[in-house]
Design a protein around this ligand. Structure first.
Ligand SMILES: Cc1cc2nc3c(=O)[nH]c(=O)nc-3n(C[C@H](O)[C@H](O)[C@H](O)COP(=O)(O)OP(=O)(O)OC[C@H]3O[C@@H](n4cnc5c(N)ncnc54)[C@H](O)[C@@H]3O)c2cc1C
Length: 567
């Protein structure tokens, strides 16, 4: 039909000039946007985990936060922050060196939301039963909106245990770190009530092997803990370089030591560390990561001289925990998008979510997501109960195991969820490309996969009781499923043989993670979830991709439990 001809009588009748435009088609068989829903109320597994792991008292607060995280306007902030990458300026227009990174206002709004809700502070400011669990639940929801700004939130949160190792520094910094407001101004910390903290360990010649660091620290007067030094060297990765201070590793005569390096000197002059350029990252793009040179930057020693790694490892343990939350969150959001889409989309005469093969894929994705959450929240409870020996030992082993496993499972999960959505899942106005690009980052930073497996072995070697704690905890599910019992016995047996253990470390760590996830699901989740997890993860089915749940499992129940209902 000629586009300028009037429309036939039976077509929709536009008014005015539109009546001369052809109506090409109706839009149908497309899902409504997944927005304006409550990320807490629409996540049964999360609600159960919060109650189970000791944070039931936070339910009201989490409901409120869930509504905020699912609001259209909040979701929009995530898109805008990522469409507008940070911009680095070395100098101002008069030629002064400023090392200023400018972020989009949406990034700042996300930072404000996070800090006003205590994502960087609450378990330290108000410790006690359920504090880490409640904070993890909030972080889990917030990270589903936008993950990259969570990097400085995590580092600020994680810095507290390390900084507390130097009480006189903690006395100056802690109150400002824990303040629940966000102040992005580039001013000396003495002029601010709220600060953010970054970390600078990695150098060009070595990231995992920080002992290869060449940055040197020179005492300005007296040497030792709490004393002032000047740092000379470089850092190959410094994320969130607009933080107010950084924990930095540098060498003294006694070896690698940890330092707190502020942006500004106490006299109000700019501390001489300079950003060379921003990293051109494939993921985590709303947040800046930089390369920097330290040109006599003033810094104060934190913890014992020559004990930099044990000092900063307190921070790293917390950032690794947050990687687990972040990757669990990525999987939750990916599943929610995929399942929501398939619920509203039909092909070949039926809803996608009701077609057997798609049900198998969706249910498998839901299992992975719930297992990751259950594991993460159990570790959160351990963090709340470090005074108990079992919990201390459990957290020591469960953190590298979980950081490795959960982060490692996320990229393929994101890709598979994207494929459930089909071509529209590849488009940048869908969150899936962002989730996919984000997904490898958690696995690589804060200790990559092999490094986590080696840390697991280190924990076993230094404190063999950690393995007993892990097995004792997992064995609480013994007797509830024969597949689980066989898996547990085989794994315990395999740990008896330590020949070749480094070569086999991934295999052992994989199975530790699966064992704990299965145990948690058997003890706490829906029967359909636990049964399908054991059937697909603890027994060999010959298939390696998602969509490999064997016959006899109940995908409809698993999908229903996990799918958010909107509207
Ligand atoms: C987006 C982004 C932001 C970052 N931000 C920061 C930051 O703010 N501050 C900071 O300090 N760092 C930061 N990093 C650096 C990050 O922590 C390192 O990249 C990471 O620790 C790995 O170090 P590397 O890149 O030097 O790799 P390498 O240490 O060279 O490791 C390469 C590979 O070898 C493996 N490997 C290492 N040792 C062994 C071994 N003994 N046996 C078997 N395999 C081994 C590792 O697992 C890894 O897979 C960031 C990285 C990224 C990607």
């Amino acid at each position: 039909m000629n586009a300028r001809q009037p429309l036939p009588q039976d077509a929709a009748q536009p008014s005015g000039d539109d009546r001369y435009l052809a109506v090409t088609h109706e839009v149908f068989n497309q899902p409504p946007a997944l927005e304006d829903y409550n990320l807490f109320e629409q996540d049964k597994a999360l609600q159960e985990a919060v109650a189970r792991e000791g944070a039931a008292a936070a339910t009201g607060d989490l409901k409120q936060f869930g509504a905020l995280a699912g609001a259209t306007e909040t979701i929009e902030l995530g898109f805008r922050a990522n469409e507008n990458k940070p911009v680095f300026n070395t100098h101002d227009r008069f030629g002064h060196r400023i090392d200023q990174v400018d972020f989009h206002p949406a990034y700042h709004q996300l930072m404000s939301l996070a800090m006003e809700n205590g994502l960087h502070s609450s378990p330290w400011a108000n410790p006690g039963s359920g504090a880490h669990v409640a904070r993890a639940a909030k972080y889990y929801m917030h990270s589903q909106v936008e993950a990259s700004h969570c990097c400085p939130i995590t580092m600020t949160f994680a810095a507290i245990p390390s900084i507390r190792k130097q009480p006189e520094l903690a006395a100056i910094w802690e109150a400002k770190i824990l303040a629940n407001n966000y102040d992005p101004r580039n001013l000396p910390d003495s002029e601010k009530q709220s600060v953010t903290i970054g970390m600078a360990m990695t150098e060009k010649q070595g990231g995992s092997d920080v002992r290869a660091n060449t940055t040197r620290a020179y005492a300005t007067g007296t040497e030792g803990p709490g004393q002032a030094y000047e740092l000379v060297g470089h850092k190959w990765f410094v994320s969130a370089p607009m933080c107010d201070a950084f924990l930095v590793l540098a060498q003294t005569q006694s070896g690698l030591s940890c330092f707190l390096m502020p942006r500004w000197r106490p006299d109000g002059s700019k501390n001489p560390w300079q950003i060379q350029r921003l990293k051109n990252k494939m993921g985590n793009v709303a947040n800046a990561s930089s390369e920097a040179e330290l040109r006599g930057a003033l810094a104060w020693m934190v913890g014992e001289e020559g004990r930099g790694v044990p000092t900063i490892i307190e921070m790293v343990a917390m950032t690794r925990f947050d990687c687990m939350i972040g990757s669990s969150a990525g999987m939750r959001q990916a599943f929610a998008q995929a399942s929501h889409h398939c619920h509203h989309r039909s092909a070949f005469g039926n809803r996608l979510s009701e077609q057997p093969l798609m049900q198998n894929v969706l249910a498998d994705l839901a299992l992975e997501s719930e297992a990751a959450l259950a594991y993460t929240m159990r570790v959160a409870r351990s963090l709340d109960n470090q005074h108990l020996e079992h919990e201390r030992l459990l957290a020591r082993l469960a953190t590298p195991v979980g950081k490795y496993w959960i982060c490692k499972r996320t990229p393929n999960h994101a890709y598979e969820a994207m494929e459930c959505i089909g071509g529209s899942g590849v488009m940048e106005d869908c969150i899936m490309p962002r989730l996919l690009r984000e997904s490898p980052v958690n696995a690589i930073w804060e200790g990559s996969g092999n490094v986590q497996c080696l840390d697991t072995l280190r924990a076993l070697q230094k404190e063999p009781d950690t393995l007993d704690a892990f097995f004792n905890e997992a064995a609480e599910a013994r007797g509830s499923d024969a597949r689980f019992d066989r898996f547990l016995a085989q794994l315990q047996n395999d740990f008896a043989d330590i020949s070749d253990v480094e070569y086999r470390a991934r295999n052992l760590v994989d199975r530790l993670a699966l064992l704990m996830q299965a145990s948690l699901l058997l003890r706490n989740s829906d029967t359909a979830v636990a049964d399908a997890f054991c059937a697909s993860r603890l027994e060999h089915n010959g298939g390696l991709n998602y969509g490999n749940l064997p016959s006899g499992t109940n995908p409809a129940a698993i999908i229903k439990r996990a799918t958010p209902v909107v509207g």
